[in-house]
Design a protein around this ligand. Structure first.
Ligand SMILES: Nc1nc2c(c(=O)[nH]1)N[C@H]1C(S)=C(S)[C@@H](COP(=O)(O)O)O[C@H]1N2
Ligand SMILES: [Mo]
Length: 514
């Protein structure tokens, strides 16, 4: 019983954490998916034919039953040693971990629920086995010295301790499991609504010709949604049914506007490739991605609302309360600042702001790219404080020109003669005109750069080097379309974005290993 109670407490904890993290299904579902994937097709088909649409529930039930048996067995093993059940659980954890790992688009963080489950189980099992051990000892003592009066009372006491703890753990398991269910159900409902959406006017993505420099290992120019970096402060990601979504545009405007989702998607659709990056991206970092966004121009909406003189900012508020202050100029000039409802031709992923988020070319995400946006207040910077600016980040967040070496990786190898190196460079809404590399602080030599559809995206670059075999360093710098050269002066990400040249160590070799 101790094994069962502790086992299911661990499962409930991992389930709840998975639901709250919202990125994936629970580990049990991941195992079920893995079993389905490993089962030969004909067997699956037969199972579906016999079980109808209940095949998934049946499989989940089987996995839970089997887990129950293993839990109970682990509890029995705990009688004799602490390590035997620990190994059993470690094995279960590894199976769950592998199943989660093999899911599409999972990352290291998705293993967290399993770690929490394992820790929960460990604590619960020792809480339960401790009084049992004392109980057995008391009973043995009672058998040996039957006339000792205190012993039956002691046995009684340990028994009560066990039952009390088991009761608390079962109650806790129920609460935690229910929380997981409620959170998970909201998400599943919204995922379903998202899947069923049809967005007229949303097309693509079609990657333009000529953007690739054709060097293996350089970051793909177009970032798939599942590889797109994610930054937000939300512990539980807002799950908003599009039919419940509304955006209120108010403040220093002539006419307040309230927009529903249907009204938004019925408007003229604007689409563009825009590279988004995070102000916290260190030099050489990967908090940057490039996607095909579809939405409605914010400039048109603000014009319809009628911005009053004196306003210089729009305070955007997310459904989860997060705020950012965006310079009104960037929202009303010619650029494609939009309320985006699709990313790469599909409704926004929930983690990237479903149903609607803001995208402003040329600004860091923290001052512009409000996910789950529900409110835009036209105002003055002097009158507002936004989430990150209240923590010391600068008020205006124009992106800084930067470049990065992808090939080779730091410490990697390159052919000494004719070796190819490459990476990415960006200066959104200004554009990149040149990229140069320098070996061992030597002269800057030009790289080839890929084509781009607009100044709002990053570019791929590649260069050929000729050096002596041995250890070297490689640095990269970019020049923007205005002729401004990326500075080598190093600055930390706080308060307005990092600067400096990405520099790596590499080894030049006479031949490649491959
Ligand atoms: N609601 C909300 N929107 C947000 C944030 C947030 O914490 N909450 N983070 C911002 C930051 S700092 C960045 S860099 C971008 C990241 O967007 P992404 O997660 O889609 O890549 O979202 C912005 N929008
Ligand atoms: Mo960010």
């Amino acid at each position: 019983m101790a094994g069962l109670v502790a086992g299911f407490a661990g499962l409930a904890a991992s389930y709840c954490v998975a639901m709250v993290m919202t990125t994936r299904d629970s580990p049990v579902t991941a195992v079920a998916e893995l079993v389905t994937r490993l089962t030969p097709g004909p067997v699956v088909e037969r199972a579906i034919r016999i079980l109808g649409h209940h095949d998934k529930q049946f499989l989940l039930l089987m996995i839970l039953l089997l887990s129950g048996v293993v839990f109970a067995w682990a509890g029995r093993l705990a009688r004799r040693s602490w390590w035997a059940p620990t190994i059993v659980f470690a094995v279960l954890g590894v199976v769950g971990g592998i199943a989660v790992w093999l899911q599409r688009g999972s990352g290291a963080i998705d293993i967290l629920p399993i770690g929490v489950g394992f820790a929960t189980w460990l604590v619960c099992l020792s809480l339960l086995t401790e009084p049992l051990r004392l109980h057995e000892r008391a009973l043995t003592a009672a058998a040996e010295v039957p006339e000792q009066p205190g012993i039956p009372a002691r046995a009684d006491h340990t028994r009560r301790t066990f039952l009390l703890r088991a009761g608390i753990i079962v109650a806790g398991t129920t609460v935690v499991g229910t929380v997981g269910r409620v959170v998970g159900r909201g998400r599943r409902h919204v995922e379903e609504a998202r899947r069923l959406l049809r967005l007229p006017g949303v097309t693509g993505p079609h990657v333009p010709d000529g953007v690739r420099v054709g060097l293996e290992g350089v970051t793909p120019w177009a970032t798939p949604a599942r590889d797109f970096y994610r930054i937000d402060t939300a512990f539980v990601v807002p799950t908003i049914d599009p039919t419940d979504w509304q955006l209120r545009i108010h403040g220093m405007v002539d006419r307040e506007i309230v927009l529903t989702y249907q009204q938004l998607i019925d408007r003229q659709v604007t689409q563009a490739w825009v590279t988004l990056n995070c102000v916290s991206n260190p030099v050489g970092g990967d908090l940057i991605g490039n996607a095909w966004w579809s939405g409605v121009r914010i400039a048109d909406l603000l014009a319809a609302a009628g911005v009053q003189p004196g306003a210089d900012a729009v305070l955007q508020t997310s459904d989860d309360g997060w705020t950012c202050g965006t310079p009104i100029g960037a929202l009303t000039d010619q650029r494609d600042a939009m309320l985006a409802f699709a990313m790469n031709g599909r409704p926004l992923p929930i983690d990237h702001g479903f149903p609607v988020r803001t995208i402003v070319p040329g600004l860091y995400g923290y001052v512009s790219a409000c996910k789950w946006v529900v409110e835009m207040k036209v105002t003055r910077f002097a009158d507002i404080e936004a989430y990150w600016t209240s923590k010391g980040w600068s008020e205006l967040g124009p992106v800084k020109i930067s470049s990065r070496i992808d090939v080779p990786g730091d410490g990697g190898e390159v052919l000494a003669s004719g070796g190819r190196v490459g990476g990415m460079a960006w200066s959104q809404h200004t554009g990149i005109s040149a990229v140069e590399v320098s070996v061992d602080d030597g002269p800057w030599q030009p790289a080839d750069i890929g084509g781009v559809p607009s100044t709002d995206t990053w570019v791929q670059w590649a260069a050929t080097i000729d050096v002596e075999p041995g250890d070297h360093t490689l640095a990269v710098r970019a020049t923007d379309a205005d002729g401004q050269v990326q500075t080598g002066e190093e600055q930390d990400v706080l308060p307005d974005g990092a600067t400096g040249w990405h520099t790596i160590d590499f080894k030049a070799t006479e031949t490649t290993d491959e």
